[in-house]
Design a protein around this ligand. Structure first.
Ligand SMILES: [Zn+2]
Length: 898
């Protein structure tokens, strides 16, 4: 109930700012966001927003969709829980705090790990509180007491347990591999964190001088095309195809790495493409993935010439200490001076950039921690193939499967401080080489009791969010109540842009951790993928474009329901949408329409009306009552069906259209007439329709529906005793109310009214004027007869004659509209004051005649015709034609009414 007590008048307009906070508090105080029992559990785990600051429109869409599903299921009586949470966003937050430090002129290394992490926690705590508050503003009915954080104690335990299990199963290993190195963030990146952008660069064709079989210099050489001359100092071979006639004679000999004249072998490898470039490849195993593999095949040395900050290191010889981009110029200069550059061709190619720092990423070989994902991918592929996990829309299953079938090992270590520190310790004692992976921090080496040192690295942020569906429910404690009750979850709703980052990893890690869980291993039954919310101009929202629409300022201006209406009405699985003012305004207008309709019903009903709906078949129900109740039940059935197939926008649209176009525009208008005559039944019907429509709309527009519903409930208590709409029952379609005859009849009545209105508009009849009309009703005569008064009122037709056949209506001096259900006939004389109209037409005819005469004379003038430019003459001829046809039309109109 509202705090303000019963019988308080409804304000003339809906004011979200007066309602939303109070309503939300009422829900929270009622404990309605918690599971409330029920046969079936329904669980949604919120994708944790990054703790980098404010919620954006994408989060608002996520909240709107998930809250709609949760509210719908809660009203269906399911045991619902929506678990909220936030992500520590390792690299993003680390970079953000590093930038703050940078502005203060210090680095994280200056202040040390501990002080750095303190700074991060300050930021994180403030950001966390803000995000929870923003979710409340969005109306999210999440269970805040279950709120999880990817880096809180419970999640730390889950992460460590998973790491140790994978390690002990041999699925996590440490190894030297090619990784993507971000020299600005100074950390390894997974393949997914690298974005490819086209960069204008060049192909440098470089000669590598060949040595003779005796090892002495010769005039012979091999030409190699490269886009990265700065890596030449790291070359350890040149490779050619064994069948390449140009270079076959050099196979097995040595050439000189041209910056330092270091001899390197020419090797033959079938993987080299004869057609590409010069057909010869410089092999740089330290800085190229493909070359690394060639190096492995041929036992080549791997040289790493890059320091973590992107300068060249001591292995680069005379280029040591120089930044990689400057080194490129220097190498080219030196080679030009030696006459070893054959040519330079401009070339545009895709270059990997760090998703976070924007720096050009360098492939380097480095010792990192890896997950061997092959064995994890297999069951994850099977779960989707056999239909235990379904994607909405289905086309994304192909995307997922293609990715999973070609998946590569996952680099999980990061050289940053903010995150889950890798739970591995190394023994520091003498020559003991013990390595321990453990859930609890060990005190000493288990072999020699010597001192331990923990690995410095942290885990990829997606490692912890990959555990989200079970870590939020209490795993690794397999006896946790939530796990038993709410796992597997029903729907994972997220953006299609993070299928690989997140969805795939949740499936793999959940199937692994939960493989022996009694309730089932899959993390969720359905993956619902929403699209991006784009700016009104259709582009991606971005601060640099200046087109960011902030959800909270939209809420300030229009209210939360208006924003949610806009987001839901624009969403369809897997497709992007634009957020526009029009749609938000449509949401606000709809909230107002609901409010006004409810207000009208309350006002008409007064304090003591009997709002008990007569049962189906009761004689007090007239044709229009049966019609609106029938249409209502069809809408109820449709909305439920649409929600079950995740067509939220369509469910909202159908409900809105029924409410606005049928109930408000027609039924309430008809009801008003009867209430005036003292009939109370239409009020009971209207209150019933409102109640059910509010229930249907509650998942989408929770605030305005709750506020209205509570006010109506004062006069018409909920039959199940629900204290608030949020926990009232979702309607079930009642087919006993279906009435096809009434629907057909009312459709005909609407057609008649619309036809009269159209004719009035076509003849520009003043809005207030009553016109005489005949309705030739054919098959719908009975309905039209019963509703004649209403048709007359709605079409402003008086007197209104309902007749059986066309012969009963006049045929001279009339306008007629023929409809599928009959026709309407309007005597011309009734449409306007004939005298005045004749006078008006007569005056216009005179003016038109004058114009025709003038143009005739002008065009008959020989001088004008010969001297004026042809275009001018043509224009005058056109004007004459227009004037003549207008004159003809006016004369015909006059003849009609004479
Ligand atoms: Zn030891």
């Amino acid at each position: 109930m509202t705090d303000n007590g019963a019988r308080e008048e409804m304000r003339s307009a809906y004011d979200p700012s007066e309602v939303e906070e109070r309503i939300y508090r009422g829900w929270e105080e009622g404990g309605f966001f918690k599971p409330r029992g029920g046969e079936r559990p329904f669980t949604v785990i919120m994708p944790p927003p990054n703790l980098t600051g404010e919620l954006h429109m994408g989060h608002a869409l996520t909240a709107a969709v998930e809250d709609a599903l949760i509210r719908w299921r809660r009203m269906l009586g399911d045991d619902t829980v929506w678990v909220p949470g936030v992500d520590h966003a390792a690299i993003a937050v680390n970079a953000l705090v590093e930038r703050q430090l940078d502005e203060e002129g210090v680095s994280r290394h200056d202040i040390g790990r501990e002080a750095f992490l303190e700074r991060v926690w300050d930021f994180v705590n403030a950001s966390r509180a803000r995000i929870a508050e923003q979710h409340r503003r969005l109306g999210a009915s999440a269970d805040w007491e279950r709120e999880a954080f990817t880096l809180d104690e419970a999640r730390q335990r889950a992460v460590r347990q998973t790491f140790v299990n994978l390690y002990e199963d041999g699925l996590i290993f440490r190894g030297e591999r090619m990784i993507n190195w971000d020299p600005v963030g100074q950390t390894a990146l997974s393949d997914l964190e690298v974005e490819y952008r086209d960069v204008e660069s060049a192909f440098w064709y470089v000669r590598y001088p060949a040595l003779g079989e005796d090892g002495e210099p010769t005039d012979d050489y091999i030409v190699i095309a490269t886009t990265r001359p700065e890596t030449i100092p790291a070359d350890t071979a040149v490779a050619v195809h064994p069948e390449d006639d140009r270079w076959r004679h050099l196979i097995g000999r040595m050439v000189l790495e041209p910056t330092s004249d270091r001899p390197i072998p020419v090797i033959a490898d079938e993987a080299i493409e004869i057609e590409a470039g010069s057909g010869a490849l410089k092999v740089t195993p330290g800085h190229d993935q493909g070359d690394f593999e060639i190096g492995e095949r041929h036992g080549l040395e791997t040289l790493n010439i890059l320091a973590p900050d992107g300068t060249l290191n001591e292995h680069a010889g005379r280029y040591a200490g120089i930044d990689r981009f400057e080194a490129r110029d220097r190498v080219v200069e030196d080679l030009e001076a030696k006459g070893l550059i054959e040519k330079i061709e401009p070339y545009t190619h895709a270059v990997g950039h760090s998703q976070r720092s924007g720096a050009v990423v360098e492939p380097i070989v480095s010792e990192q921690w890896w997950v061997n994902v092959g064995p994890l991918a297999e069951p994850a592929i099977a779960a989707v193939r056999d239909g235990r996990i379904a994607f909405v829309p289905k086309r994304f299953e192909r995307t997922y499967l293609h990715w999973m079938e070609n998946i590569r090992d996952w680099c999980i270590s990061r050289q940053i401080w903010w995150g889950h520190r890798i739970p591995v310790w190394y023994c520091e004692a003498g020559d003991c080489s013990e390595t321990i992976a453990a859930v609890e921090d060990p005190d000493a080496c288990r072999t020699c009791d010597g001192p331990l040192r923990q690995d410095e690295d942290t885990l990829d942020t997606w490692f912890s969010s990959g555990l989200w569906p079970h870590s939020t429910l209490g795993w690794p404690d397999e006896d946790a109540e939530d796990l038993a009750r709410f796992y597997p979850t029903q729907v994972m709703e997220t953006g299609y842009d993070i299928i690989f980052f997140w969805v795939a990893r949740m499936i793999m890690l959940s199937l692994y951790n939960m493989r022996d869980f009694e309730g089932g291993d899959i993390p969720f039954e359905t993956v619902y993928l929403h699209g991006l919310v784009r700016a009104p101009d259709g582009r991606k929202m971005s601060k640099s474009f200046g087109n960011v629409v902030d959800p909270l300022s939209v809420i300030e201006q229009y209210g939360t329901d208006a924003l949610r209406y806009a987001l839901i009405s624009g969403t369809s699985p897997g497709n992007d949408q634009r957020i526009t003012d029009d749609r938000v305004e449509a949401g606000r207008n709809f909230a107002n329409k609901l409010w006004n309709a409810a207000r009208l019903v309350r006002t008409l009903a007064g304090p003591d009306a009997d709002l008990e709906l007569p049962p189906a078949g009761d004689a007090r129900l007239r044709r229009e009552d049966r019609w609106v109740l029938s249409r209502l039940e069809r809408t109820v059935g449709l909305a439920d069906e649409l929600l079950r197939s995740y067509q939220l926008a369509e469910a909202l649209r159908q409900t809105r259209d029924f409410f606005w176009d049928e109930f408000a525009d027609w039924y309430l208008e008809l009801a008003k007439l009867r209430v005036r005559e003292g009939d109370g039944v239409p009020l009971a019907v209207a209150a019933h329709v409102l109640d059910r429509v509010l229930r249907l709309l509650h998942p989408f527009m929770p605030f305005v529906t709750e506020e209205i519903w509570q006010r109506l409930a004062e006069a018409r208590p909920d039959p199940d005793g629900a204290p608030q709409l949020i926990v009232a029952r979702y309607p079930v379609a009642d087919s006993a109310r279906h009435d096809e005859a009434a629907e057909r009849d009312l459709a005909a009545v609407q057609d008649f009214v619309r036809a009269i209105r159209n004719e009035r508009a076509a003849k520009r009849v003043e809005a207030g004027r009553w016109v005489e009309a005949y309705v030739v009703a054919d098959g719908a005569a009975e309905a039209a007869g019963d509703l004649a008064a209403a048709i007359g009122q709605l079409a402003r037709a008086r007197p209104l004659h309902v007749v059986a056949g066309a012969s009963d209506a006049p045929s001279e001096g009339v306008v007629t509209a023929v409809l599928p259900v009959g026709r309407v006939v309007l005597p011309m004389a009734g449409l306007f004051d004939l005298e005045a109209e004749r006078a008006r037409l007569g005056k216009q005819i005179g003016e038109a005649q004058d114009e025709v005469r003038k143009l005739d004379a002008k065009l008959a003038n020989e001088q004008f015709r010969t001297r004026a430019p042809a275009a001018v003459v043509a224009r005058e001829e056109e004007r004459l034609a227009t004037a003549s046809s207008r004159l003809q039309g006016l004369e015909e109109s006059l003849a009609e009414i004479s």
